[in-house]
Every structure is written in C-alpha cells, then in structure tokens.
Design a protein around this ligand. Structure first.
Ligand code: FES
Ligand SMILES: [Fe+2]
Length: 330
C-alpha cells in the first residue's frame, strides 16, 4: 500500500466526465467501483461487483426514480441498487439493508475527490477550486490507464529534461533554462524557460497546433503531492492552467488525465480551445508511451542537471505521509 500512498486524496473525476445516468467504472487501490451521476448532479459510488453473483454493475444501466434520484441496475439479473447500496428483492416491497458499502466521496463543486476508503492523512488541495472560480473550464482529455506504478508516473511528470526525448516531435525545445524551485513540503513550484526551434510557415499551416508554440516557452509547474501537477502557461491570446491528475488504480496501474482551464485575453482563444486540448492529449500519449518502455528498478548511475523535481518526488514518497523538512528550494 505504501507504493500507492494510502491516505492521500485523489481526484477521481470532474463531473463533466460522467454522463447523466450512465454508469462508469473507476479503480482505486486495487478495487473497482461504479460511479454514476443522476439528473440532480448527485454522484454515487458503489463497489462494482454485484452482491448477487458478481456481475460488473458498470456494465449495467441506470433507472431514474420519481424523486429524480437514480439507481444502478445489474446487467445480469437486473437487481437495482441505490446510492446507499440497498436493493428491493423481487416479491418484496421493502428495501434491504445496504448490500454494498458506498465509497466515500468528497464533492467540491465539479470535483469528485476520494481517499479510496482509506483514513485521510493529508488535506485536499484548495487550488482547483481557485482555478475553477477564476478560469473557464475548457474540458478534459487523455483519460488513460497506464501500466505503471505510481512512482515512475510521478517522476515523469517532475522530470524537466524529458522534453527533448519523449516530447521531441511536439515541442522542438532546444534547451531547458532552469529558473528556480520553491519547496514547500508537499507543495512546490518549478520555473524554467525553454527556447524552441523555429518552424517554417508551411509547416505551421500543415500543423496548426504548432502555432501555439512560442519562441520561448515559459513554464511554471505548480505541484501538489501526490495527485496534481498544474502547468501554468501564458500565451499572447490567453492563460491556461493545464491540470494533470493521477490516480493509483492498483500497485501496477496508474490512471492519468488532464483538466484544462483557460482565461482568454483575446476572443480567438476560444477557437484554439480544441487545439489546446489536443496538444495536452498528445503530451500524455507520449508520456504513456515512454512509461511502458522503461525497465523498472534500474539503478540510476547517471544524474543530470535539473532533476530537483524528481528528488522532491522521491523525498515525499519515502517520507509519506510525514511532510519532510523542505530542502530543495533553489
Ligand atoms: S449478478 Fe447482479 S443481479 Fe444477479
Ligand atoms: Fe511529459
């Protein structure tokens, strides 16, 4: 369980990721759950195995009740379960006691958080609520379940040198100029600039996504260990907050996805929303690809400059759930 950091809050989803009255499967800490949203926006979460004969409830459907709440219906013998895990057996008019124990959720606006049924050890970061209040929600993208432990996933996100390898075809970054790192324990900030190689006009016309790349990308990463990394980007047409989320599905599978928020400076920003989302999607695809091509537990004999973000991840991992004395600011 240590490798999945029990007691951390994980953002299971943004409400927009759930269709009304459509069951969806989620995994956390090695257990599967079914989540569904009713017409009132209420979110329900139950263990996914039907207590009758184990069918996956997420493969079933929802049925709306008179009070607009809804139940999930098992695809095998059509037993209905409400948000409390109670059912009504055939030939009976009465609800049973709960047959499934709901997963505890913490709903903050559109954000669906969970401690995965474990005892909470750290607080839910406030920052997403602030961003939601200040920015427009653009959308989500790249919801991906990756065959990797949590640690390599987090290391990748805090590795400031992999743009030239993993993301080479996308960014054309020529150099990483490290600015500073602010270490506040479980929260940190990294600032660095990345000059990019010029692209020909013809190329830009073929791949309009390239228009979003500036001569020098100024990166500010805001990190909230362990579940959230925010890339704050500023372009001529507006600001973006690209939020990368992580969920430990099991010891060997980690889910990641991106929630994109924007603050337009110019109206054309809206037109580019799709491109911005697509950009993030490609970034995650490239990260997913390399994560599946790493030998785990290879001793690291070489250390590059600017690996401070990864040092920060390793320290927090080793000390979890204790917050170690911040010692990486520079
Ligand atoms: S397995 Fe779900 S109702 Fe029978
Ligand atoms: Fe990456």
């Amino acid at each position: 369980m240590k490798s999945m950091l029990a007691g951390a809050p994980w953002l299971l989803a943004h409400k927009s990721m759930l269709d009304v009255n459509k069951p969806k499967k989620f995994s956390i800490y090695g257990s599967d759950y079914v989540l569904w949203k009713d017409t009132t926006g209420k979110i329900n979460a139950l263990p996914n195995a039907c207590p009758h004969m184990g069918a996956m409830l997420s493969e079933g459907w929802c049925e709306q009740k008179k009070d607009n709440s809804s139940v999930v219906v098992c695809p095998f013998h059509a037993l209905e379960f409400d948000g409390e895990g109670c059912t009504i057996l055939p030939d009976s008019q009465k609800k049973t006691i709960p047959q499934l124990q709901p997963l505890e959720l913490i709903i903050q606006g559109d954000f669906i958080w969970s401690y995965g049924g474990q005892e909470p050890k750290t607080k839910i970061p406030e920052i997403l609520n602030k961003i939601a209040a200040e920015y427009d929600f653009i959308g989500y993208t790249a919801d991906t379940s990756v065959e990797t432990d949590l640690l390599p996933m987090l290391l990748n996100m805090h590795d400031y040198n992999h743009q030239n390898g993993t993301h080479r075809p996308l960014f054309r970054i020529t150099e990483v100029k490290f600015g500073k790192f602010i270490d506040n324990g479980h929260e940190s900030h990294a600032f660095y600039d990345m000059p990019t190689a010029p692209t020909a006009v013809a190329e830009k016309i073929k791949k309009p996504d390239l228009l979003l790349i500036q001569k020098e990308i100024k990166a500010h990463l805001e990190n909230h260990f362990p579940s959230l990394v925010i890339f704050h980007g500023e372009t001529a047409i507006g600001k973006v907050a690209q939020c990368h989320l992580f969920v430990p599905e099991s010891e060997t599978r980690t889910r990641t996805y991106v929630l994109m928020f924007g603050k337009p400076k110019l109206p054309v920003f809206k037109i580019f929303s799709k491109n911005i989302l697509n950009f993030a999607k490609v970034v995650v695809e490239q990260d997913t690809d390399i994560l599946q091509k790493i030998y785990p537990n290879t001793p690291q004999k070489i250390k590059l400059n600017n690996e401070v973000g990864m040092d920060w991840v390793r320290r927090n991992f080793e000390n979890w759930p204790e917050i170690a004395e911040p010692n990486f600011s520079k």
